[in-house]
Design a protein around this ligand. Structure first.
Ligand code: ATP
Length: 370
């Protein structure tokens, strides 16, 4: 069993709370990502699980064993937690060949020679690194070095593999190739993977489940679809997405959202009909551009269009709104670009946009929406 559970874990550095009452359940065989902006506490969480930091409060289990409990002082040191770790800087031994680097961990663990050879052959095949065995790290590309770092951990058969930004030193194309490879490796080996990244696309493409963190606090835990399509609060909605999210202040009644220059029919999931101040958030790809007037749609003029291949980012300015502002949306490309000043109508649809309580920033559930 290689389930990892954190219960009420807090870690402070002086006055700074790096990780704040964190509770997580990472299932056996999961690919679980910790995602968030720089300084949100991802690496500290990883180091707490690995046994490289001691928590000030809380408990951590790996499998059925409590590996640390701040209350009674239980603390299993890092080497005894039997975790594999892959970091951004590969930390290969420069004076050792690829083969010796990979076998090092097996020698330390006194694995018999015959078993070492079998495992080495397996991992070389798995990671497609045959032919590199006698080279030294400085004779390898960045991508090859990262593969060796991965091989070195896989070969130990650690049931939990922890990776901290393992792809961030690679160029963009190699990063995409390695993502595919990590996904295949996870499917082939069934290991539990805990993955730290600040790159939302990496988390969305690789994870089975993920936690979005901000300022030491978990904002949402769920599948990539949960987090992207049903963000729990304003922070998650604005963090997840390729471009800046559009926000509109509005009021919600039982049957309608009414904002500055637009309306949108809705039904509240709770059946509550009290008027609520809300923020409607919509990523550029969640808004719909109409060339003719539509009931409730925001009447706008095109400011500019940025062609991006098959789609364009279109910047528009609402004409009837009380405050000057801009809205950005993604629209399928047509042959002719919009002339600046063209009148368009921007539709907000309850099934696509996100509604948050203006006071708490928490998601407001609408029925019929995802
Ligand atoms: P990044 O993506 O930049 O690596 P992160 O999300 O991994 O960031 P952490 O490295 O966990 O964030 O840091 C969380 C907070 O704790 C930060 O404010 C950081 O400055 C602080 N911190 C981390 N390690 C230490 C330390 N050893 N001493 C003091 N403060 C620390």
């Amino acid at each position: 069993m290689s389930r990892v559970v954190l219960e009420g874990v807090t870690k402070r550095f002086g006055d700074e709370v790096a990780v704040d009452r964190l509770s997580l359940e990472i299932e056996d065989g999961d690919f679980f990502s910790l995602l968030g902006p720089s300084g949100c506490g991802k690496t500290t969480t990883m180091r707490l699980i690995a046994g490289l930091e001691r928590p000030d409060e809380g408990r951590i289990w790996i499998g059925d064993q409590i590996v640390c409990d701040a209350d009674d002082g239980t603390f299993v040191p890092a080497p005894n937690r039997k975790l594999g770790m892959v970091f951004q800087n590969y930390a290969l031994w420069p004076h050792m060949t690829v083969e010796d680097n990979i076998r090092f961990g097996l020698q330390v663990r006194r694995i018999p020679e015959a078993e070492q050879r079998t495992r080495l052959a397996d991992v070389i095949e798995q990671l497609q690194i045959d032919g590199l065995e006698k080279r030294y790290p400085n004779e390898l590309s960045g991508g090859q070095q990262q593969r060796i770092a991965l091989a070195r951990e896989l070969v130990t058969h650690a049931s939990v593999l922890m990776m901290d930004e393992p792809l961030s030193n690679l160029d963009a194309k190699l990063r995409i190739d390695m993502r595919l490879e990590l996904k295949r490796l996870h499917a082939d080996t069934g290991r539990t993977v805990i993955y730290v990244t600040h790159d939302q696309l990496e988390a969305l493409t690789l994870s089975r489940r993920m936690a979005v963190m901000s300022k030491g606090l978990v904002q949402q835990v769920g599948s990539p679809d949960d987090v992207f399509m049903r963000p729990a609060n304003m922070f998650v909605a604005s963090f997840m997405g390729q471009s800046t999210i559009n926000t509109f202040t509005a009021t919600l009644t039982a049957g309608e959202v009414r904002g500055d220059g637009f309306t949108m029919p809705v039904t509240r999931a709770t059946g509550d009909d009290a008027t609520l101040d809300i923020v409607v958030a919509a990523r550029p790809e969640e808004l719909v551009l109409h060339r003719t007037a539509r009931p409730g749609a925001l009447h706008c003029a095109v400011i500019s269009e940025l062609p991006m291949g098959y789609t364009s980012l279109v910047q528009v300015r609402p004409l009837d709104a009380s405050e000057e502002r801009f809205v950005t949306l993604e629209h399928p490309r047509t042959d002719a670009l919009f002339d600046p000043g063209t009148e368009v109508w921007i539709g907000l649809e309850a099934a696509k946009v996100h509604v948050f309580d203006a006071a708490t920033s928490e998601r407001v559930a609408l029925s019929g929406t995802a």
